[in-house]
Design a protein around this ligand. Structure first.
Ligand code: IMP
Ligand code: MG
Length: 180
């Protein structure tokens, strides 16, 4: 793939920036209502959730704290290995706090399941999940998603934080890739 032309690997736009933005606003409103008066910590999953986190944060109208965790589940290819490991842990203590995991996309659910189990051992008051994208047909493990954004078909997608081999995260729309 040639460096220097961001659009060269793109097949088509699957979810436009306008649709994404509308959904993010909706999720922010729901979260603000549901957690009103509570101590809420948003935990973003690096690196994919960075773009969503930045947008979601600004649609939340109650006080929140933000932290990030990095869990690696994919190599540089397009298929889940099922292997997950903590690459960067949280900075803050989550004991007795309400935690909301912020994800870019739930695919097999393996990463999320692992992360929820890990965070639960630290005795938070609650651990819930907010994702902007969901590929329900790919699920291997059933994990409840309290705030589910936009369901998409089983394509490998890039943009809005999601990458292929580290690239394309800066595309504002969610796109499918050309077959390479
Ligand atoms: P899961 O463990 O299979 O649910 O997937 C975990 C993570 O893999 C997601 O949160 C994404 O960051 C990444 N991922 C899954 N599907 C895609 C995709 O189509 N494009 C880019 N990244 C993906
Ligand atoms: Mg992710």
């Amino acid at each position: 793939m040639t460096k220097g032309d961001l659009m060269s690997g793109i097949d088509k736009i699957l979810v436009s920036r306008e649709e994404i933005s509308k959904k993010v606003k909706e999720l922010g409103e729901r979260i603000s209502k549901d957690y009103k008066g509570q101590d809420l910590l948003l935990v973003g999953v690096l690196k994919g959730a960075v773009v969503f986190m930045a947008d979601l944060l600004r649609e939340i109208t109650i006080p929140v704290e933000v932290d990030m965790i990095s869990v690696s589940s994919y190599g540089s290819g397009t298929d889940s290995t099922g292997i997950v490991k903590i690459v960067k842990d949280l900075d803050v203590n989550i004991k007795d706090r309400h935690v909301l995991i912020v994800e870019d996309l739930i695919d097999t659910g393996l990463t999320l399941q692992h992360l929820k189990e890990l965070l639960a051992t630290r005795e938070p008051l609650s651990v819930k999940v907010c994702t902007i994208f969901d590929k329900p047909t790919r699920r291997i493990v059933d994990v409840p998603i309290e705030y589910n954004g936009i369901s998409i078909p089983n394509y490998f997608v890039i943009g809005y934080g999601l990458d292929y081999a580290g690239e394309y995260r800066n595309l504002p729309d969610l796109c499918t890739m050309k077959q390479i």
